[in-house]
Design a protein around this ligand. Sequence first.
Ligand code: SF4
Ligand code: MG
Length: 338
Amino acid sequence: MSERMILENVRAYYRQLKGTTEYFVKAVDGVNFTIYDGDIIGLVGESGCGKSTLAKALMFDFHPPLEFKGGRIELITRDGKRFNASQFKGIDTVKKTLWGKHIAYVPQDALNALMPTIKIKKIAYDILRSHEKGITLKKTIELLKERLAELDLPEYVIDVYPFQLSGGMRQRVVLAMTTLLTPEVLIVDEPTSALDVITQKIVLKALVQLKKLGFVDSIVFITHDISTVRQIANRIAVMYAGRIVEVGSTEQVINEPLHPYTEGLIHSVPSIELEGKEKGISYIPGHPPNLINPPAGCRFHPRCPHAMDICRKEAPPLMKINGNRIVACWLYGGEKGE
Ligand code: SF4
Ligand code: MG
């Protein structure tokens, strides 16, 4: 399967000032991750673990106070062109070269992102015009009508204002507009968290549809809610304290989690939402660490029921287990020390 994005040891920190002392919030701190053509990846973790910052890194979206501190972020287009985050000097060239065309982002507050006083067709026209000079309003309307129909939205939507649409319709309109230029990768940040369960299902279906029709190649679905993402993701990546700690197929990660943190996350979901799991709610003890000064070694060690000596001293690398599982935990090899 061809790669669409490769991340190697990516670090992205927020620069902060307290008085005259400078310090960094290490929101993304050594992330390794590959996105393949055809993937719907669920990026899962508690709030504050760095998911939204990782989304910014995937968008090459670095501007103060967020700094790209190192590693490799590479985007590979359908026709084999490669873009590297380190090749870009400013955010304006990133926007012009990549956003919308190759990589698109639907932010957490997308429902409020549409200007309420501008009609949908005009918003779409402005998006397209900023990337494709010479496109007409007529052509935009044609394209938009086709996309809206594919997402089960009626044609009249193009002639209304965003405030006239329900939350679920607005979310689908945002998805249709963000993917008008058929980007390779679409990143959606908590796209369903403000919606009721029925509307959630409609939005999830729309995402699957976008990929099926080839309007996007790969989707990264960011959420704190593993039970939602499991409905559409083929793979799940679990993030904890600025790092990816486990990656596997959705079935594997849900049914046979390897990392103690993943196990804790799954146990904290009511069993009714993860059919077939005889589990009640049990919360992971403790709190996610402060990312200004995260714990040494495995960052989960203060909360981990299996912590060993080595866990307090050395960070476990991401290791391949049984061919296709990836986990960062000393329980699965390396210098386990027991
Ligand atoms: Fe727990 Fe150690 Fe594994 Fe970290 S490396 S999750 S502390 S067993
Ligand atoms: Mg977030």
